[in-house]
Design a protein around this ligand. Structure first.
Ligand code: FES
Ligand code: FES
Length: 155
């Protein structure tokens, strides 16, 4: 039988308690246990950024962190930041600049971009690209994504 552990995590402001398998990744916990399917699973080894979530204020790869490692932590997902309107300006800019096509990468892109926006500083386009370098998009060619983030952080 798999080793299972009890964890308590505050997800998008709500405390949840669950018994989870020790080997379950955080992104699988969020998607399969809590139904928060906004965090996507692409590469499953920390390369594509589709699974990006925030843990105690820092963006992390949900596929590289175990659910048990989030015990006692605050976890925020794209759903939570969308509901709280924290992402509103970025979502509007992505829409207006056509910064998404299939949308698979978009939740991770928004989470990574918000990490810049929340610093309340100006960033060059090169710095924006550097910050997004761990988030892959197979559709847009990145130009429109950088345009959208540029508008929000420098507009
Ligand atoms: S699924 Fe986590 S980085 Fe690709
Ligand atoms: S919009 Fe399709 S992967 Fe980015």
């Amino acid at each position: 039988m798999e080793l299972a552990l009890d964890i308590t995590v505050t997800v998008n402001g709500t405390e949840v308690r669950r018994r989870v398998e020790a080997r379950q990744h955080l992104v699988d916990f969020l998607r399969d246990e809590l139904g928060l399917t906004g965090s996507h699973i692409g590469c499953e080894h920390g390369v594509c950024g589709a699974c990006t979530v925030r843990v105690n204020g820092e963006i992390v790869r949900g596929c590289l962190m175990l659910a048990v490692q989030a015990d006692g932590c605050r976890v925020d997902t794209v759903e939570g930041l969308s509901d709280s309107k924290e992402l509103a300006r970025l979502q509007k800019a992505f829409h207006e600049k056509n910064a998404l096509q299939c949308g698979f990468c978009t939740p991770g892109m928004l989470m990574a971009a918000q990490d810049l926006v929340s610093q309340k500083k100006k960033f060059s386009r090169e710095e924006i690209r550097e910050h997004l370098s761990g988030n892959y998009c197979r559709c847009t060619g990145y130009q429109a994504i950088v345009d959208a983030i540029d508008e929000v952080v420098n507009g």
